[in-house]
Design a protein around this ligand. Structure first.
Ligand code: PLP
Length: 393
């Protein structure tokens, strides 16, 4: 069954629909565009639903987790998968839990405090990457959706702090920690050209650091952040150009063993859909509004990013009531949810030929940072239903 057919027929709206076959096909394309020396990890926080994690197994080399909760959950969903454990503010309990799990193959250390806590708690060898917050300069990150580096942030360490950590790693008590290389996730929402430029800087800086300090640079993780264009559901990050650029970068750094990337949004955004129905159509001070069942407490992404979530109208011709059907024709319409806040907007002033109460709407690109970043409890509306379509399996 296609997503569209399912959305048009299922009961239990609102609903999240996931197309697992489409997810696998997309991930396979991404993998095929990357050179062999590039490892692909999926950043689980973009969407940690177990069926998605399982669908990606075999197409990704591992999963990046950023909390003790994700650690436990992802390991249960894909028990044989390698995990990289990142995230600022790892608590002593999380550090202990991660040390008990052999699946945790890489540790992204975010501070000197964490390095000391890890060394003190480690009862086995631990492979670490030091997370760097590099100055990128010349406005390279101006206008990106989210910047985690290149400016003051709580993420990773400044270059001089990284050097302090190198000194610590060479000192007594740190023997169990094995430095594998550098991790940097500096920004989210960058097109391939810009992301390649960042990767060049990260790898170049890491190679220089390794040369100065005389340690072998086994690997560099250049993070995620591949752009997703919500204004154009058909557009995709240019994985082919990105893969070629990374191949080129690796050619210039033959001593570097592995380059790793950890996209989240760009892997799962396209495989998720949010389907709902129009409860009411109203006109207010010259503008049209459609109020749908559900809203941003289920799909918060458009509210937090300030975009319109792309949607298609699934007309429902049956109207069971004796009173006139609220309708908007040939107009722009703002699609809002059931919350008592003007911020509950899924799409603003979107053009529609016709939209009536009782019609269904199918929102695309809801597969990443959708349900799991939303404020579900606000106003205590019911939760959506969840459906996993898998025609390809
Ligand atoms: C969130 C995150 C990612 C994934 O970012 P996307 O923009 O979803 O690709 C990768 N690495 C780290 C460390 C992150 O925090």
């Amino acid at each position: 069954m296609t997503v569209r057919t399912a959305a048009a027929t299922l009961t239990g709206l609102p609903a999240y629909l996931y197309d697992l076959a489409a997810l696998r096909a997309h991930a396979a394309e991404v993998r095929a565009a990357l050179p062999a020396r590039v490892e692909l990890y999926y950043a689980a926080k973009a969407n940690p639903e177990a069926p998605l994690l399982a669908a990606l197994r075999g197409l990704v080399d591992g999963y990046e987790v950023s909390s003790g909760g994700e650690l436990t959950h992802v390991h249960a969903a894909v028990p044989d998968a390698p995990l990289a454990f990142g995230g600022p503010g790892k608590s002593p309990e999380e550090i202990a839990a991660a040390l008990r799990l052999p699946a945790v193959r890489r540790w992204h250390v975010e501070s000197e405090r964490e390095l000391r806590a890890l060394a003190a708690a480690a009862d086995r060898p631990v492979d670490v990457l030091l997370r760097a917050n590099l100055p990128v300069g010349d406005g390279a990150l101006d206008g990106v959706a989210l910047a985690m580096g290149g400016r003051p942030t709580p993420f990773g360490m400044d270059p001089d702090r990284i050097e302090d950590c190198l000194a610590l790693l060479a000192s007594p008590g740190f023997e169990r920690l094995r430095l594998r290389g550098i991790h940097a996730h500096l920004a989210s929402g960058l097109p391939a050209t810009e992301l390649l430029r960042l990767a060049e800087r990260i790898v170049g800086w890491s190679a220089g650091l390794a040369a100065r300090h005389g340690f072998p640079l086994h690997e560099v993780n250049v993070g995620g952040g591949m752009a997703v264009d919500y204004a154009d559901p058909e557009a995709r990050f240019d994985w082919t150009a990105f893969g070629r650029g990374l191949a080129d970068l690796l050619d210039r750094h033959p001593a570097l063993g592995t380059l790793r990337i950890e996209p989240g949004r760009a892997l799962t955004a396209y495989c998720g859909w949010y389907a709902t129905e129009v409860l009411d159509v109203k006109h207010s001070h010259g503008e049209a509004f459609a109020v749908v069942r559900g809203g941003t407490h289920h799909l918060r992404t458009p509210a937090t990013r300030g975009h319109s979530q792309p949607f298609t109208v699934l007309p429902v011709d049956h109207w069971p009531h004796p009173w006139p059907r609220p309708t908007a024709t040939g107009t722009r319409i703002t699609v809002s949810g059931q919350l008592c806040t003007p911020k509950d907007v899924l799409a603003a002033r979107a053009p529609v030929a016709e939209l009536r109460a009782g019609d269904r709407l199918l929102f695309a690109m809801a597969g990443a940072y959708g349900w799991n970043i939303s404020h579900h409890e606000f106003l205590m509306h019911p939760r959506p239903s969840f459906h996993y379509l898998d025609d390809g399996a």
